[in-house]
Ligand binder design. Structure first.
Ligand code: NAD
Ligand code: MG
Length: 393
């Protein structure tokens, strides 16, 4: 019986994971559920899935969680805070961890699961962008198997049957192009948060939806693929594919290209991770190509969407650069969602942070976390200072 910890259980990936887990009651169960601040939603999930442990990130909410579980008549133990989360992710309460917390906040629990040899279903791509080498090293040392939970990386994983074999020439990650595909910069300047989170193909949390709209998501995914599949950035291409049915392609040196196709529903990638190497029912229908008709591909517009370029530059610069990219982006996206800055200020702020904080060798976790903190401080200061206009021209 697989014992699964779902971290970020109340989110888009977390609820999809619980949907797949609940389809296989004889094979797996959710033993740990963790969420950020939404106690009511966490207690509701505990009623449905009856885990052994529930964790809320904010320690101020522990009493409310305990009381909610008691009123529900559940034996689930209540916990709060980062240390409890790491101890549960790395401890005996689970053998499998779905890392689906959003942002750098997911790094510590991702690392704990990797170091403890768990099967790690890794959706939290920011942890790889911030500290990819450390996560991969920890997994290698412990024997943890990482199964990517990102549609493109799951596609690559499936086309290569887990590890990068000899003879791969390049990867191609597809991008839907987001809600603003075909827009120029003048039009993008007036984009609202509500427009940016309305993704045409995928239903996702607000942060990754904005990342998809700026194409930063695809930039983060190039970095993610570099770490997962041990290939340099130059061998990871991006193609816009508006139908979002082909998720990635793997080209081999003999001219053969393998692609993975499927409906845009993350339950497929989650079922791959939960069952691998076996295949499990996920609730996702098969693909009816006749009904869908055309599959189209085009080059990304690097001028209107500079984030993909910035991510590639950060990957090439190495060291702390991708940690700075990620941290500045998280702060900028959060300010955009609060209506404090415009859409074009997101790439502008990321570019400023990268220019202001030249890459240092990423010698340790402390160095990476210091770069993350410094980039956040700098970006917040830029957002807070009304006198200095953020250059978006
Ligand atoms: P979401 O916003 O829907 O959910 C985020 C979850 O993280 C919530 O459960 C929230 O309570 C929890 N959380 C937030 N801060 C926390 C903290 N400090 N401590 C503990 N928990 C915290 O986001 P999502 O769309 O589910 O995305 C989650 C991750 O998966 C992201 O890294 C995203 O890039 C990645 N991802 C998502 C999709 C998708 O289809 N949604 C696809 C690929 C990758
Ligand atoms: Mg993706």
């Amino acid at each position: 019986m697989r014992q699964v910890a779902v971290l970020g259980a109340t989110g888009s990936i977390g609820t999809s994971a619980l949907d797949v887990i609940a389809r296989h009651p004889g094979r797996m169960r959710a033993s740990v559920l963790a969420a950020g601040r939404n106690v009511q939603a966490l207690v509701r999930l505990c009623r449905a899935h009856r885990p052994d442990h529930a964790v809320i990130a904010d320690p101020a909410l522990l009493g409310e969680l305990r009381e909610g579980l008691r009123q529900a008549g559940l034996a689930t133990a209540a916990h709060a805070g980062d240390e409890a989360l790491q101890a549960l992710a790395g401890g005996p309460a689970c053998d499998t961890v779905v890392a689906a917390i959003v942002g750098a906040a997911g790094l510590a629990s991702t690392l704990a699961a990797a170091a403890a040899g768990k099967r790690l279903l890794l959706a939290n791509k920011e942890s790889l962008v911030l500290a990819g080498e450390l996560v991969i090293q920890a997994a290698r040392a412990s024997g943890a198997q990482i199964v990517p939970i990102d549609s493109e990386h799951s596609a690559v994983f499936q086309c290569m049957r887990s590890r990068t074999p000899e003879g791969v020439r390049r990867l191609v990650l597809t991008a839907s192009g987001g809600p603003f595909r075909g827009w120029d910069r003048a039009r993008l300047a007036g984009v609202t948060p509500a427009q940016a989170v309305a993704h045409p193909k995928w239903s996702m949390g607000p942060k990754i939806s904005v990342d998809s709209a700026t194409l930063m998501n695809k930039g983060l995914e190039v970095i993610e693929a570099h770490h997962l599949f041990d290939l340099p950035g130059e061998r990871i291409d991006v193609l816009v594919h508006p139908q979002s049915l082909v998720h990635a392609l793997v080209e081999y040196v003999d001219g053969s290209t393998l692609a993975q196709l499927g409906l845009p529903d993350m339950r497929t990638a989650l079922a791959v991770g939960l069952g691998w190497p076996e295949r499990l029912e996920s609730g996702v229908a098969g693909l009816d190509l006749l009904a869908h008709g055309r599959l189209e591909f085009e080059a990304p517009d690097m001028e209107a969407f500079p984030c993909l370029r910035l991510a590639r530059e950060a990957l090439a610069a190495g060291g702390t650069a991708t940690a700075v990219l990620n941290a500045a982006n998280e702060e900028a996206v959060s300010a955009f969602l609060q209506g404090r800055i415009g859409f074009l200020a997101i790439p502008a702020l990321v570019e400023e942070a990268l220019a202001a904080l030249p890459p240092q060798p990423a010698a340790s976790l402390e160095v990476l976390l210091a770069a993350d903190a410094e980039a956040r401080r700098l970006t917040r200061a830029r957002i807070d200072s009304p006198s200095t206009r953020i250059a978006t021209a």
